[in-house]
Write a protein that binds this ligand. Structure first.
Ligand SMILES: Nc1nc2c(ncn2[C@@H]2O[C@H](COP(=O)(O)OP(=O)(O)O)[C@@H](O)[C@H]2O)c(=O)[nH]1
Ligand SMILES: [Mg+2]
Length: 326
C-alpha cells in the first residue's frame, strides 16, 4: 500500500479517534493482497485488541434493484441524525471484466456519505458473487474500533454464496419487491430461511396494493419454515424513496435487537461466526504455509500423481506429508 507510513500504534490511535483518513486506509489495508500488507494488518489488529462491544451489525440483502442502497441511506440518515454513528459496507458485485464496482452505490448515498456521523465504504466483492468480500469481518472490526455503533452490510442476493452475509451480521433484513411471492421474485429458500426481517420495498404509487399482496405471500412462505428460535419474522411494507413505513421498520429492527441481545441469540451467533472464521482462517493459513515450503510442494506433487494413479487423494497426501516429516 502506498501513502504515508504510520506505525501500528499510531494507526490504532488514529482509528480509535475515529479519524477518517486512518479508518479509510485501514479498510484498504485489510482488503489488500500486496506482499507485506497481511503482516501490517496483523500488527495493527494486535495493537487494537478486541473491538468494543455494543455494536449492532445489520445485513441488508435482496435482488439487485430492490432498493437496498436507497433504504440503507434512508435508515442510515435517521440513525445518524439521532446521534448514532453509522457505517455502511456496500458490497458490490465486481464486474469481472472491469474489476470495478458496477452499481456505483456511493453516488446513491450522497446525503448519508456527507453526514458527520456516517462512513460509507463501497467494497468490491472480489468475484464472490452474492458475495461478501473475504476481508469483511476485519473491516467491521476496524469500524467498531472507530466507534461506529451500527454497521450495515449491503449485499447482493444472487449467486452461490448469497447466504454468506449471515455469517457476518447480527440480523438480516431481506428486501423484496411488490410484484409477487418469493418464488416468482427469484428469492431463494436459503435467503428466506436466514432472514430475520422482511420488507417489501417500493410500496408507493401504483405499487401500494401489489405490495400488500406480496407481503401476504411472503408471510405465507415464511410460515413453511420452522425456526429453531422463537423469533417471528415480521413482514413490513415500506417505501425507501418516500419514507413510508420506515418508522415501523425501525421499530421492528429495535425490537429484533432487544430480542437477540436479551435472549443471548446474538452471542450464540457471534460465537458460531468466530468458530467459522477460525476454521477457514486455519485452512487458509495452513495452505499458504504449505504452498510456500518446497518440500511440502514436492509432497503435494507426489500425492497428486498418486491420486492420478488411482489412490485415495487425502490419504495419499497425508502419507506424503508424513514422509516429509520423517
Ligand atoms: N418507487 C420506488 N423506487 C425505489 C424505491 N427504493 C428504491 N427505488 C429505486 O429503485 C432503483 C434501485 O435502487 P437501489 O437502492 O440502487 O437498489 P439496490 O440495487 O438494491 O441497491 C433506483 O432507481 C431507486 O431510485 C422505493 O421505495 N420506491
Ligand atoms: Mg445497491
Amino acid at each position: 500500500m502506498n501513502g504515508p507510513v504510520w506505525t501500528a500504534p499510531e494507526w490504532a490511535e488514529g482509528i480509535r479517534r475515529g479519524d477518517r483518513a486512518f479508518v479509510g486506509r485501514a479498510l484498504s489495508l485489510v482488503e489488500s493482497h500486496l506482499p507485506g500488507d497481511k503482516e501490517r494488518a496483523a500488527a495493527l489488529f494486535d495493537c487494537l485488541g478486541p473491538p468494543p462491544q455494543g455494536s449492532f451489525r445489520l445485513g441488508i440483502t435482496g435482488n439487485p434493484g430492490a432498493g437496498k442502497s436507497t433504504l440503507t441511506e434512508a435508515l442510515g440518515l435517521r440513525w445518524a441524525e439521532s446521534g448514532v454513528k453509522v457505517a455502511v459496507l456496500a458490497v458490490d458485485p465486481s464486474s469481472s471484466k472491469h474489476h470495478g464496482s458496477i452499481l456505483g452505490d456511493k453516488t446513491r448515498m450522497e446525503g448519508l456519505s456527507r453526514h458527520p456521523n456516517a462512513f460509507i465504504r463501497p467494497t468490491a466483492s472480489g468475484g464472490q458473487m452474492g458475495g461478501v468480500a473475504a476481508s469483511t469481518r476485519e473491516a467491521i472490526q476496524i469500524l467498531e474500533h472507530a466507534g461506529y455503533q451500527r454497521i450495515v452490510l449491503e449485499t447482493v442476493g444472487v449467486g452461490q454464496n448469497e447466504t454468506d452475509a449471515i455469517n457476518y451480521v447480527d440480523g438480516l433484513l431481506l428486501l423484496a419487491l411488490p410484484n409477487a411471492g418469493d418464488e416468482v421474485q427469484g428469492i431463494k429458500r436459503g435467503i428466506m430461511e436466514c432472514a430475520d426481517l422482511v420488507a417489501v420495498n417500493k410500496c408507493d404509487g401504483a405499487f401500494a396494493a401489489a405490495g400488500q399482496q406480496a407481503a401476504q405471500q411472503l408471510s405465507q412462505s415464511l410460515g413453511w419454515f420452522s425456526r429453531s428460535d422463537q423469533w417471528i419474522v415480521p413482514v413490513l411494507q415500506v417505501s425507501a424513496l418516500e419514507g413510508h413505513g420506515l418508522d415501523k421498520l425501525m421499530e421492528a429492527l429495535d425490537r429484533f435487537e432487544r430480542w437477540t441481545r436479551g435472549t443471548g441469540e446474538m452471542d450464540l451467533r457471534r460465537a458460531a461466526q468466530r468458530e467459522l472464521e477460525w476454521k477457514s482462517g486455519w485452512d487458509a493459513h495452513l495452505r499458504a504455509w504449505a504452498s510456500a515450503d518446497p518440500g511440502i510442494q514436492e509432497a503435494y506433487r507426489e500425492a497428486a500423481a498418486a491420486f492420478a494413479a488411482g489412490q485415495g487423494a487425502a490419504a495419499a497426501l497425508a502419507a506424503a506429508f508424513r514422509n516429509k516429516n520423517n
